[in-house]
Design a protein. Structure first.
Lengths: 562, 950
């Protein structure tokens, strides 16, 4: 049936170019890394399981690549060079056509007419100027190739144009904002790496855009370099208070900024200073129908706005960003993929990708071993199965997820982890289940109702090892950042979106300093819809390259017993 | 737009059965050979297609004289003579002289050959000299004519001897050769003397009033004098000159300005000038063939063409200047070959899993092809073409019985071939197809889309010749054809005029079709002919194998990943592909196929009969990098759960109280015909209808009852429906007929006693009442209860509900008194209310009174177990009946009537007193009095029995 000889023989490159614009990269190929370096510049990594990674070429990805300086010829050349099979001409033609759409319309600042939209292709301008969504954003026609644009609509126009498929290149420049000197302190302990310097330069040259760096590649350093070059009042939008404090520490350590110059604008403090660190939550917080904090912040004369973790940027922030298009904007992220498919808004409002770190440079940082994931399937006792079967549809998930049969497994896992001296988190959604587990494991239970002081105390104790096992609820884990742990056991519930899940898992389960791997267990009731959720999680984690194993509880308990 | 109907009609080849000349007149294109086919059509229409002119001796002899080598050459050049092999020389001769065979021979002829053949026809003699032919062809055509005569001679269509050519008789039968009209002789003969004179006058010749023959000769002499004719036309009015020139290029008749009203020609047009057509006729350049039209004779046409039927330069191949194109790179060939074979594979897969329905009018409709195109991710146009090619290659076929199109076993064989062979199968089938694949999906003359697979033509057809001609031409030009479809078409039609003479669409369109199909198949790449085209033209499969031998494409690999995807690259063997498609869903296609495993896809494999072990063995055998644990677990998990529920078909079930009875029934031979099957210890199912199972079981002595969908017993003894008044609410309701006893008895004041007992009962009641009253006044209330039954429920039933319906606190004084009287004096105790009226009183009464005594205190009733023993002694019987009365049990008893008849009944005890029991008798529940002494035995029914009775 099969010809082993034929199968082992490998000819051609590591890449398979599919007609649906996906690229399959075979990791075991000797040239895979080199190939990855080239294709990552214009294709987004979609799935990264163990053997073959899937990249996808999207118009946005190609435009991003174009904005970062790649042209159609080099993209096609890369595809041709690495492809194992002949690349369909139609696909190459399509790629070239897509890339060619970027930059035919240019937003410029005309000394006489102010902000204008100029084109090198009249037909495109005609098409755009006639589009329903664009008509109200444009002013009078200046000449056949130029039309004036109302300044306040700069952001909205770019958004509308990208929807139309003709992304505009924004060369209209920026206001400088109130100057504020910021200098970078470089010494032996901290120097900018080459790619970080390049990234900052690439950003400053264009004035707005996104720098894509993998986790751990030093995004903050790029931002600091950019802040130093711009040297004006800066607003940094971050995901959480904890992140804000980290930023503050970094800024104090590596720049000339002092305590007084750095303000925190969060739920707890409302300081506006030359460099202000604000959380997304507070920016979008509503009072009635207004967003007072967003208004307060956007009226300041910022020279630079830094968006940390752009892929998590809440949608309302886009609205604010649309109104401040004349400010320099720097987006930082590890991935441009957004769960809400608003990649287009990132492109048009924050800016296109300005810098992509070459893969080899990151690799030099050391390979980050992902956590190992294990799904433990618990067979429910007969009465539990009957209870599940009889439960109302709305209550089903709870009935399945909180089955008492899980307790023995959690106990066994915790016992093993504690014996090995690993700090362990037990995470769940249902409070009564968590209470019961806490009682059984003699572990403190942390929920959304736990007071902040108590919470901090528990975290501190957990970090220093006084508490080996901590039971936390999902509610708690939304409002606070969980401390690092080397073992996490999820007994019920999910982490929300897939993106969020990966983020949290990644943060939760960093590789330990001594090289030990972190472990993530999810305890799942067999034959219930608990298992369906687990299946989704499995697919996602496997796609992210986490090792994923499924074991039966009986097997696990048996192993432990032995 | 194309004429699809015509395509079907004409696809059979050049010699269609009856084709009307009207259609020919409509044909737009090259009309030079019209005569040729028209004649053959005429001969075909006349009857046998093999009808042939009688052989000319020179030919027959010559054929007999051919040496072996010459004969071999002849058979090679005219393959139809050898296929099927002729039995004798006579048969060969017979074939060689058939018109059909000559046409076949001429099918490959180029323009110059056909022109010379027509010159031979025009010369009209069986024996002609080559110089005559030469002279007619014109100056500068010597070489071409000599080449053509040689060509014809090799095919034995002319036989050269000495200084003479002997012409094949079939060639002389061509009518309207060179698109010239018939010879003038006949036409002139038909004119009247006056007409002839008028013609002669018009052309300025002396019109002697002589004999007609003389006049005819004179006219003919003029017509044969080419210079005179040309002079005449040169001096004609401009319009007439133009008309004459036009008529000379074709044999079309010219319409005459015939005035229907006057019955005369309208000689002058609106401006007073002589009408051009009339002028031409008047000057003898054309002759009326009907009242309405005239036709130009051959001599005039020839004269106006300068004495040569064809332009002298038309004997040479036109030269076409085309832009040079680079030879396509070899990897492009592979891409195209892979693309086209994969596309056909997907079509086969798609129609294999969901065959396409065929339209009533035949073929696969545009909607279905669109769906196919979406499924296999192809442009609609290509889906049409590839479906046609797949059908031509025998990969898909219409199942005429089921009215669907689906893959053939040959498709499986094809799927197993290598890339080169699969491509070859498609390309070769394309080359030999009888229709143009691009016809499917094109718009026909009614602007309807031509369905796919609608036409299955006989071979040979013009399509094949056209395709070969384009392929040849493209290859010959070598440097691509650019956009020059039209010049390519002119070249192709010079090379094989007959192939392009009978068109379903304009030649340039056909050429464009063929070119686009070549592009689809990779025979050209961006218009430049590829090495594959050479190989196909040379019929060289080996070359194709060399060209398409890409180790990367032939190697294959299957990689399984932890995210439950599989990636298959290269030439995956069909068995592996089929198994993968069973196990997983296809998620992406292209050079590699991406599959995704899921619970439902793995279940599909189990449904198809695979075991978990088999699946894992398959995966382990082919997965290049091992089977991820998650996938193996998934397979195991699905296997564990697969088949835990089973679904079957049964018409009815039989449920038993105990397994032993079920087994007994299952084993009963008499019941074998019911086809009972055991699906659980106490459940049997059968495919027989429930009524027959029921009756068969009853006939065998069992006592089955029918169960309704909600699990209750269906009572079979349903009497006729009646509309009745609700007893309490007064509204009409449907009640069973058996209830009427009670009702009518109450309404009409009759007791339910049988007629004989009626008088006795009446007396008893009065007596009883009196006794009760007496006893009450004597201060013995207990007497009342003893007499209650004698009083009978009817007395209370008429009155009491009206009293009790009222809340007790609100009873009026009078009623209260009466109630008391009845309660005390009538002998009713608390229980009587419960027992007797529970059923009859409505719900609110139930709530008021239900579990309470009249006095308001709770009546506690404990559950008593049913006795199972049979009571025989009178005291036991009385005890049993009283217990049954209290507990509301049904009782079975044996009774001997006053007439000495012994029988058994099931009863509901209403009262027991004074040696007499009042009871309702099943199944009609009529009331009956029984003398206790006459009861032989009594027993309480079991729960189950009771349920059955109810």
């Amino acid at each position: 049936m099969s010809d082993p000889g034929a199968r082992t023989r490998r000819v051609g490159g590591p890449l398979i170019v599919q007609s649906d614009q996906t690229l399959l990269l075979e990791l075991d190929h000797p040239e895979a890394e080199e190939c990855r370096g080239e294709i990552a510049a214009f294709a987004e990594l979609e799935r990264s399981p163990e053997h073959v990674h899937t990249y996808r070429m999207t118009p946005l990805g190609l435009w991003n690549a174009r904005a970062a300086g790649l042209d159609a010829e080099s993209v096609c050349a890369s595809l041709r060079r690495w492809s194992r099979f002949a690349v369909p001409d139609s696909l190459l033609a399509q790629v070239a056509e897509t890339i060619g759409r970027y930059g035919r319309l240019v937003l410029e600042d005309d000394p006489r007419h102010g902000l204008v939209l100029r084109t090198s292709d009249r037909a495109v301008l005609e098409e755009a100027a006639r589009a329903k969504a664009i008509v109200p954003l444009l002013g009078p026609r200046i000449d056949p190739d130029t039309v004036s644009v109302y300044r306040e609509h700069r952001g909205r126009l770019k958004q509308a144009l990208i929807k139309l498929g003709w992304p505009a290149e924004d060369r209209a420049g920026y206001v400088d904002g109130s100057p504020h000197a910021i200098a970078l302190h470089e010494d032996e302990s901290f120097t900018l790496r080459e790619y970080q310097r390049n990234a900052a330069d690439a950003f400053v040259a264009s004035g707005s855009g996104v720098v894509v760096l993998p986790c751990g590649a030093g995004k903050t350093a790029v931002a600091m370099a950019a802040m130093a070059k711009v040297s004006s009042r800066t607003l940094v939008l971050v995901t959480s208070t904890v992140a804000a404090r980290q930023w503050r520490a970094e800024l104090l350590a590596h720049t000339s900024l002092t305590e007084d110059e750095i303000g925190e604008y969060s739920g707890e403090r409302k300081e506006i200073r030359p460099v202000t660190l604000a959380t997304y939550q507070i920016v979008i917080a509503k009072r009635g129908r207004l967003m007072p904090h967003m208004d307060a912040l956007s009226t300041e004369d910022w020279g630079l706005i830094v968006y940390d973790e752009v892929h998590l940027l809440p949608a309302p922030v886009f609205r604010m960003t649309a109104d401040i298009q004349s400010r320099r904007r720097l987006g930082l992220t590890a991935t441009l993929v957004r769960e809400d498919r608003k990649e287009g808004d990132v492109f048009s409002l924050i800016g296109p990708k300005r810098f992509d770190v070459p893969w080899r440079d990151v690799e030099a940082q050391g390979y980050i071993a992902p956590a190992s994931c294990t799904e433990v399937r618990v067979t429910l006792a007969d009465e539990e199965r009957m209870a599940y079967a009889l439960a109302e549809p709305a209550e089903r998930y709870r009935a399945g997820a909180t089955a008492r049969s899980k307790v023995a497994v959690v106990e066994a896992l915790c016992a093993a982890a504690v014996a090995a001296g690993e700090p362990t988190l037990v995470i769940g959604q249902f409070l009564d289940q968590l209470e019961a587990l806490g009682h059984r494991l003699h572990a403190p239970v942390l929920t959304g109702e736990t007071a902040t002081a108590e919470r901090e105390r528990l975290f501190a104790a957990f970090r220093c090892g006084d508490i080996p096992v901590l039971v936390v609820s999902k509610v708690a884990n939304f409002s606070v950042d969980l401390p690092e742990a080397s073992v996490a056991i999820q007994v019920s519930g999910t982490f929300g979106s897939r993106q969020e899940e990966a983020q949290r898992l990644g943060r939760l389960l960093r590789p330990k300093r001594d090289g030990r791997q972190a472990h993530f267990y999810s305890v799942v009731s067999r034959d219930t819809n608990d298992q369906e959720f687990a299946l989704r999680r499995q697919r996602f984690l496997a796609e992210q390259g986490y090792a994923y194993r499924i074991v039966d509880a009986e097997q696990l308990l048996g192993e432990r017993a032995v | 737009m194309v004429d699809a109907k015509r395509c079907l009609r004409l696809s059979g080849g050049l010699v269609p059965e009856a084709v009307d000349d009207q259609r020919h007149a409509r044909m737009s294109n090259d009309r030079k050979y019209e005569g040729l086919s028209a004649k053959t059509k005429a001969s075909a229409a006349a009857g046998s297609s093999n009808r042939r002119p009688s052989p000319v001796p020179a030919h027959a002899e010559e054929l007999g004289d051919l040496d072996e080598e010459q004969l071999a050459l002849l058979l090679e050049l005219r393959p139809d003579l050898a296929e099927p092999a002729p039995a004798s020389m006579e048969e060969l001769e017979s074939r060689a002289f058939s018109v059909r065979s000559v046409l076949r021979a001429l099918m490959d002829a180029d323009n110059s050959v056909l022109q010379v053949v027509q010159i031979l026809t025009l010369l009209g003699d069986k024996h002609v000299r080559p110089t005559d032919v030469q002279r007619m062809a014109g100056e500068g055509t010597q070489a071409a004519v000599a080449r053509v005569l040689e060509w014809l001679a090799r095919r034995h269509l002319v036989v050269a001897s000495d200084d003479e050519l002997c012409i094949h008789p079939a060639l002389l039968t061509i009518r309207g050769a060179a698109a010239l009209g018939p010879p003038a002789g006949e036409m002139v003969e038909r004119l009247t003397v006056a007409d002839l004179q008028s013609v002669l006058q018009a052309i300025g010749r002396k019109a002697n009033a002589g004999r007609k023959a003389q006049l005819v000769r004179e006219v003919l002499a003029f017509l044969e004098d080419g210079d005179a004719v040309r002079d005449l036309v040169a001096g004609a009015p401009a319009e007439a000159r133009a008309l004459a020139r036009r008529l000379s290029t074709s044999s079309e008749p010219v319409p005459l300005p015939w005035n229907l009203a006057s019955g005369l020609y309208r000689r002058r047009d609106g401006r007073g000038a002589v009408d051009a057509a009339v002028w031409v006729v008047e000057h003898g350049l054309a002759y009326r063939d009907t009242w309405m039209s005239a036709i130009m004779p051959r001599e005039v046409g020839l004269a106006l063409r300068g004495g040569h039927p064809f332009p002298v330069d038309s004997y040479c191949r036109p030269s076409v200047e085309l832009a040079a194109l680079a030879e396509p790179p070899s990897d492009a060939l592979e891409t195209r070959a892979v693309a086209v074979t994969q596309a056909v594979e997907r079509i086969v897969e798609c129609w294999g899993s969901r065959p396409a329905p065929v339209l009533k009018s035949g073929g696969v409709g545009v909607r279905e092809v669109r769906r196919l195109a979406a499924d296999v991710e192809l442009p609609e146009r290509d889906a049409f073409r590839l479906a046609e090619i797949a059908a031509a290659a025998g990969l898909v076929v219409e199942d005429t019985h089921r009215g669907i199109v689906l893959p053939t076993p040959a498709a499986d064989e094809w799927l197993g071939l290598g890339l080169a062979e699969r491509w070859w199968a498609l390309a070769h089938s394309w080359l030999e197809m009888g229709v143009h694949p691009s016809l499917a999906g094109a718009l026909d003359t009614r602007r309807k889309v031509v369905p796919a697979l609608a036409y299955v033509p006989d071979t040979p057809s013009t399509a094949v010749a056209q395709r070969r001609s384009v392929l040849r031409t493209v290859l010959e030009l070598r440097h691509g054809h650019g956009d020059a479809d039209t010049s390519l078409a002119s070249l192709a039609s010079w090379d094989a005029p007959l192939a392009w003479s009978d068109l379903v669409a304009p030649a340039p369109l056909l050429v464009r079709w063929v070119l686009s199909e070549m592009e689809l198949l990779g025979l050209t790449v961006e218009n430049a002919p590829s090495a594959l085209a050479c190989a196909l033209a040379d019929d060289d499969l080996g070359a194709v194998r060399r060209l398409l031998a890409n180790p990367a494409a032939d190697a294959w690999e299957m990689v399984l990943q932890a995210d439950l995807t599989a990636l298959a690259t290269g030439r995956v063997p069909p068995q592996v592909r089929a198994e993968l498609t069973l196990l997983a869903d296809v998620e992406g296609r292209g050079s590699a196929t991406v599959y995704r495993f899921g619970e439902s896809s793995v279940r599909r494999a189990f449904d198809a009969g695979r075991t978990g072990e088999e699946i894992l063995v398959f995966l382990r055998a082919h997965a290049a990098k091992g089977v991820p644990q998650a996938l193996a677990y998934l397979v195991g998990d699905v296997e564990r759960r697969h088949g835990h529920m089973r679904i079957g078909r049964a018409t009815c079930y039989v449920r038993f109280e105990d397994a032993a009875l079920a087994t007994e029934v299952l084993r009963a031979k008499k019941l074998a015909k019911l086809g009972l099957r055991q699906i659980a210890p106490t459940v049997l199912v059968s495919d027989s209808p429930e009524h027959s199972v029921l009756s068969t079981l009853r006939a065998s002595g069992y006592l089955p009852v029918e169960e309704s969908a909600d699990g209750t017993i269906v009572r079979s003894a349903v009497a006729a429906e009646r509309a009745l008044l609700d007893r309490h609410r007064g509204g009409p309701h449907a009640a069973r007929a058996e209830d009427r006893t009670d009702l009518s008895a109450g309404r009409w004041g009759l007791s339910a006693h049988d007629a004989g007992a009626g008088a006795c009962a009446g007396k008893d009641r009065v007596r009883g009442l009196a006794a009760a009253l007496m006893a009450t006044s004597a201060g013995d209330p207990s007497a009342l209860s003893r007499r209650a039954s004698v009083l009978g429920p009817q007395a209370a039933r008429v009155e009491i509900p009206t009293l009790l319906r009222r809340p007790r606190g609100e009873t009026t004084g009078d009623e209260d008194e009466l109630f008391k009287l009845l309660a005390a004096g009538g002998g009713f105790d608390e229980d009587d209310f419960d027992e007797d009226f529970d059923d009859d009183l409505d719900d609110d009464f139930d709530q008021d009174i239900g579990g309470h005594g009249v006095g308001g205190e709770l009546v506690h009733r404990t559950q008593v177990e049913r006795p199972s023993e049979i009571a025989r002694a009178l005291s036991d019987v009385v005890h049993l009946l009283q217990m049954a009365l209290e507990e509301d049990w049904l009782v079975r008893l044996s009774y001997t009537s006053g007439a000495g008849r012994n029988y058994e009944v099931t009863i509901n005890v209403l009262d027991v007193s004074d040696g007499v029991m009042l009871a309702q008798v099943a199944p009609r529940w009529s009331e009956q009095k029984y003398v206790l002494e006459r009861i032989g035995w009594a027993r309480v029914l079991t729960d189950v029995e009771e349920e059955l009775v109810w």
